[in-house]
Design a binder for this molecule. Structure first.
Ligand code: AMP
Ligand code: ZN
Length: 480
């Protein structure tokens, strides 16, 4: 059996992976909060852990792996979105959940075995909170329940900080009812306009962290193998999950291996909704960039390294995938033949077995493609291995039509970049104008952007550039 090595955030080492039970390898990954389209950064953990899921299924057998990824469908950002739009919360969460599944499906991500939604697990959360109170790890006050951080000695071990450092450095919410500023919310009261459930502490709703503890316990048990997510979740979310789960179930040890992907960046900064420097997966798909291209670009960088999305990388990816697709017509007697990934080349498996070395797996694909070309015969073993390997890495649905629309794709990628650059220019010009009180440059820029059919939506802190129906990319080019 292939030996897997995975980097464990908890021990800060690459370790040989030994599942608790080879017949039931269990993985939990924190999923999205469903109030809006997923941005490209949100897709990174999905693709990273999809590769791991495929690898685990290959090594332990598809029926011996359970992958759980949640949907956070109760959250103040969702409430705010409902208030802004006048729509029902359940409509927003149902619609966004489906968008997420469709967009991630386009990137070749398999659906996890279980996709629990937080609102389906409220009774389990209440039970866990009651246990934490009974054992002195939490306290109820003014309709809130708070976790008593200092009751858990190992708090901070995952991210390697002491509680005192965290108090000094973190933006912890100080509230009069807290015993200690570090204590975090397990339950909070809801007013009539907010979603709420009856509980021993009155009508209220859960804090964010408790859902992952309750759902992973329910679906995977008190100890399981792998817990994943972006490294922005390490503190406080994952520290809090560990504290809740280990205190509520001291008989278990929660997750054995913690894996964290690094962030997707735009010009050196994390892509995030709050920074406004994001574009959605759907934006790229709508502009004609195939999901396979996005996936290929993601896999070209190791998951523990920050990665930049660039037009150049996407162009190259399209070129390689398009070439491999065209090669099918010459090298296979049936170019429409489908592949499952079962016959993957072992060098690819070995690359991934070394802490998901996807860049090495990609360069191995080039080697295999070279061998397939050299083989010179139709349906050669080498050629079959190439397409089996591509399928294993999640490129089983290579779509020739989409891949070959190269010019449209390149233009679309350029547009995304140009818009992002113009937005930065605009923000800079505006901040300079604020100081000099000379707004002529801002006005000129705004007029030129508007002339290209792009709406300029300004708020105090931000500016959004939204291409409208008369959008003319050629005019935008002139502004480059
Ligand atoms: P959120 O909806 O912000 O809670 O994020 C959902 C998932 O996306 C989490 O695993 C985050 O760590 C991850 N994530 C958010 N932004 C990025 C980014 N820029 N790069 C990589 N992962 C991200
Ligand atoms: Zn979580």
């Amino acid at each position: 059996m292939t030996t897997l090595k995975l980097h464990n955030t908890r021990t800060r080492k690459k370790e040989v992976f030994e599942p608790l039970n080879k017949d039931d390898v269990r993985m939990y990954v924190c999923g999205p909060t469903v109030y809006d389209r997923a941005h490209l950064g949100n897709a990174r953990p999905v693709v990273v852990f999809d590769v791991l899921y495929r690898l685990l299924r290959h090594v332990y057998g598809p029926d011996h792996v359970t992958y759980v990824r949640n949907f956070t469908d109760v959250d103040d950002k969702i409430n705010a979105r409902a208030a802004e739009t006048g729509r029902d919360i359940s409509d927003i969460t149902a619609e966004t959940t489906q968008w997420f599944l469709d967009d991630m499906g386009s990137l070749g991500a398999l659906e996890p075995n279980e996709m629990p939604r937080a609102t389906q697990y409220i009774p389990q959360m209440v039970t866990m909170i009651e246990k934490l109170i009974a054992d002195g790890h939490a306290y109820a006050v003014e309709g809130h329940v708070l976790f008593r951080v200092r009751s858990y000695q190992d708090y901070g071990k995952l991210s390697g900080r002491s509680v005192d450092d965290m108090v000094a450095g973190a933006r912890v919410e100080v509230a009069p009812y807290k015993e200690d500023p570090m204590d975090f919310v397990l339950w909070k009261p809801s007013d009539d306009t907010q979603p709420g459930w009856d509980s021993p502490w009155g009508r209220g709703r859960p804090g964010w962290h408790i859902e992952c503890s309750a759902m992973s316990y329910e679906l995977l048990g008190e100890s399981f193998d792998i817990h994943g997510g972006g490294n922005d979740l390490m503190f406080p979310h994952h520290e809090n999950e560990i504290a809740q789960s280990c205190c509520a179930h001291p008989e278990g040890s929660f997750a054995q291996v913690w894996m964290h992907n690094e962030m997707l960046q735009v010009e050196g900064k994390k892509m995030s909704k709050s920074l406004g420097n994001f574009f959605t997966v759907k934006d790229l798909l709508d502009q004609g960039i195939p999901g396979e291209v996005i996936r290929f670009v993601f896999l070209s960088t190791h998951y523990r390294k920050p990665m930049d999305w660039t037009a150049e990388k996407a162009r190259e990816a399209r070129g390689h995938l398009g070439g491999w697709h065209r090669f099918k017509r010459h090298a296979l007697s049936d170019p429409d033949q489908t592949f499952t990934g079962k016959g993957v080349d072992d060098r690819i498996v070995q690359a991934l077995a070394d802490d998901l070395n996807t860049p090495l797996a990609i360069s191995t694909l080039f080697k295999i493609a070279g061998e397939a070309k050299m083989s010179g015969s139709i349906d050669s073993d080498e050629t079959i291995r190439l397409y089996e390997s591509l399928a294993f890495l999640g490129f089983e649905k290579l779509d020739p039509h989409r891949l070959e629309r190269s010019n449209a794709v390149n233009r679309a990628i350029d547009t995304v970049e140009v818009l992002s650059r113009l937005r930065n220019d605009f923000l800079e010009a505006r901040s300079q104008a604020m100081q000099s009180k000379d707004f002529s440059k801002v006005d000129q820029l705004k007029a030129a952007i508007a002339d290209a059919g792009v709406e300029v939506r300004m708020s105090k802190e931000d500016v959004e550039l939204v291409p409208g129906p008369d959008f003319d990319p050629a005019k935008l080019e002139a502004l480059k």
